[in-house]
Ligand binder design. Structure first.
Ligand code: RUB
Length: 294
């Protein structure tokens, strides 16, 4: 199996997962190919395989397309490798900035509910804790793959008192545990501010709205989709029904993501600052201009 096959397989099988980590894994893979002397033809082939590994996180094609653009920009592998390294550093700086901004949004004594496992959200909560804010966390299981267990372990290891609940307990527990804010990550942010994230996010957002609890998204601009101005453009991934269960004669559906309407999102924390979801279009235009690179 080639290096690219291995990375694509680890993304597909969710050994590497989360919108940010899959984008980073793909860029690292392309950088290694460049370091091994791969030409543009080989990089293009690798890019196609990596982009096809998972369909719902725009961060993956965005990162791969940008890496290819850097490789095409100059023909010197040494320079491309350096620029790819710089791109990876930039991604690290982005999450640090989001953590810094996000930690300011959290108040001392807050109870924060999060869904699934987002490195971005974990960094925000850890930063708030580091700043001395006494916070509590509530994590959902995130059926069927239980990524919430990872979040709960991470937060508990960071000495944040953490409670784990089943996904269907969200509405009840938002009230019962006096949750102050919900913060989730994102796989894709559309121009109209609608957000793709782990299945169940939209129900949590509606529950939070009903109870008057702020629903906040934390996403770097790599997850923004300027192309969505031409219509929503990511496929909602449906995974193997066997991840849920098998019952003879029963059809099982296993969508992995859903779309939360911008009207349920109070604001989005990005590395460029905090924006109302409906302002996503303006931030994208400022950051990416009108050019839609393929
Ligand atoms: C993970 C998920 C995360 C986002 C953001 O889904 O929906 O909330 O990817 O994560 P899966 P991050 O487990 O199916 O990949 O902030 O780490 O990019």
């Amino acid at each position: 199996m080639t290096r690219v096959d291995k990375v694509a397989k680890s993304i597909k099988s969710m050994k590497v997962r989360g919108a940010r980590d899959i984008a980073i894994a793909a860029v690292k893979c392309l950088k290694e190919l460049v370091d091994d002397g791969a030409g543009i033809k080989e990089l293009k082939k690798a890019a196609k395989m990596l982009k096809a590994a998972r369909p719902s996180a725009i961060s993956l094609p965005n990162a791969v397309n940008y890496a290819l653009y850097l490789a095409k920009k100059d023909a010197y592998p040494g320079k491309t490798s350096k620029e790819l390294g710089r791109f990876l550093d930039e991604l690290n700086r982005s999450i640090e900035k989001i953590a810094e901004i996000g930690a300011r949004v959290i108040e001392d004594g807050d109870t924060i509910l999060t869904h699934c496992q987002s490195d971005t959200v974990v960094q925000i909560l850890k930063k708030a804790r580091k700043k001395g804010k006494k916070i509590k966390a509530v994590c959902t299981e995130a059926r069927p793959r239980h990524q919430g267990y990872i979040t709960a372990s991470m937060l508990s290891a960071a000495k944040i008192p953490t409670t784990l609940i089943i996904d269907s307990a969200v509405f009840h527990m938002l009230r019962e545990l006096e949750v102050d804010k919900v913060i989730v990550g994102a796989d894709t942010v559309f121009v109209d501010g609608d957000v793709v994230n782990k299945i169940g996010s939209s129900q949590i957002a509606m529950s939070a709205k009903k109870l008057g609890i702020p629903f906040i998204v934390a996403a770097e601009t790599l997850k923004f989709s300027p192309e969505s101005i031409m219509g929503k453009m990511v496929k909602i991934e449906e995974r193997d029904p066997a991840e849920i269960t098998k019952i003879r004669g029963v059809k099982i559906r296993n969508p992995a993501f859903d779309i939360t309407d911008a009207e349920y999102i109070d604001f989005i924390i990005t590395e460029e600052g905090i924006i109302p979801a409906q302002e996503a279009y303006h931030l994208m235009r400022e950051k990416y201009g009108w050019e839609l690179k393929k």
